[in-house]
Design a protein around this ligand. Structure first.
Ligand code: NAI
Ligand code: BUO
Length: 295
């Protein structure tokens, strides 16, 4: 009996190891199969530069064909992203349009499906920011912020969800929120409110679309070096007189991991939200801020 027990004990690790190896091989096989035999497609809005560009490239690396959206005036940068994706062996197309216009977003989804086939993922990344006290914001500035950051997300949700419903296999919608969705920044009042709305819409549409097998989640970055933060830094400098990039650098003191973020910190999280590994998640806003707000 003693001998039998120890024989079993010495056998078990090998048995477990063999099982684990089999499961690793099986998982790898599934990943390779899904990237080589069934190309999926994704739209990324505001993808000519910054976080959107990093997401488009990361999704291409993950096996997606990608429709790269941005405003017409960013066409040459968007075309560069398309070229980069094609050089990775994936298909890509640029489609220009303003996410705040419903008809532009409907045209974007149509263009993507025509060029890349059925749609699997919509990343509503495009957004704008403005540093200004709430008391100073003009009517026009407030409306533009809400049109792009809130209604842009709604337009992307509705247009992609209609496409997913027509296809009948569900889909994934992923929205750009922010840490300011949880706690506003001083002098970014309307921007902060718009990102709180994105978090709320993510929750609402997750409930509304779940029965179509459509998941809706969001990523909430912290302080990411991009053109948007260049603009925020400039705006803050005007208000407090600090030299260029000093306001950006000062945020390091608020980040537990001790450094500001780069776009690829965010694209890794979007990669997860775009993959089957996140299939059982919906309505969530994932914070990726290096440890700033701990909500
Ligand atoms: N940079 C940061 O620290 C953070 C950024 N975010 C959010 O992440 C997203 C991406 O931010 P970044 O890459 O930093 O910004 P960015 O300004 O570098 O890039 C945004 C892109 O969106 C495009 N865009 C703007 N309005 C558009 C519209 N109406 N239609 C289509 N495209 C439009 C721009 O042309 C630009 O290429 C935004 O939604 C932003 O609010 C959230 C938290 C932190
Ligand atoms: C731009 C933005 O959302 C932050 C938190 O910096």
């Amino acid at each position: 009996m003693q001998l039998a027990r120890s024989a079993l004990a010495s056998f078990r690790p090998n048995y477990l190891l063999a099982n684990r190896q089999l499961s690793v091989v099986a998982t790898l096989g599934t990943r390779l199969a899904s990237s080589s035999t069934s190309p999926r497609s994704a739209i990324v809005t505001g993808a000519a530069e910054g976080i959107g560009r990093a997401i488009a490239l990361r999704l291409a690396e993950d096996g997606f064909n990608v429709c790269v959206n941005d405003l017409e005036r960013k066409s040459s940068m968007a075309e560069d992203v398309v070229k980069e994706i094609k050089s990775m062996g994936r298909n890509a197309v640029a489609s220009f349009g303003d996410v705040s216009k419903r008809s532009d977003v409907e045209a974007l989804v149509k263009a993507s499906v025509k060029e890349l086939g059925p749609l699997n993922v919509m990343v509503a990344n495009a957004g704008i920011a403005q540093v200004k006290a709430g008391m100073e914001m003009t009517d026009e500035e407030m409306r533009r912020m809400c049109d792009v950051n809130i209604f842009g997300v709604v337009n992307c949700t509705v247009a992609s969800a209609n496409q997913f419903i027509e296809q009948g296999n569900g889909g994934k919608i992923i929205n750009a929120a922010s840490i300011v969705s949880f706690k506003p920044f001083l002098n970014l009042p309307i921007y902060s409110a718009s990102k709180a709305a994105v978090r709320s819409l993510t929750h609402s549409f997750a409930m509304e679309l779940a029965h179509h097998k459509i998941t809706v989640n969001a990523y909430a970055p912290g302080v990411v070096k991009s053109s948007m933060w260049e603009l925020i830094d400039e705006g803050m400098s005007k208000l407090n007189g600090l030299p260029k990039w000093e306001n950006f650098k000062n945020t390091e003191n608020l980040i537990a991991l001790g450094r500001t973020s780069v776009p690829t910190d965010v694209s890794k999280v979007v990669s997860f939200l775009s993959s089957p590994d996140s299939d059982y998640m919906t309505g969530q806003t994932i914070i990726v801020d290096g440890g700033m707000i701990f909500s």
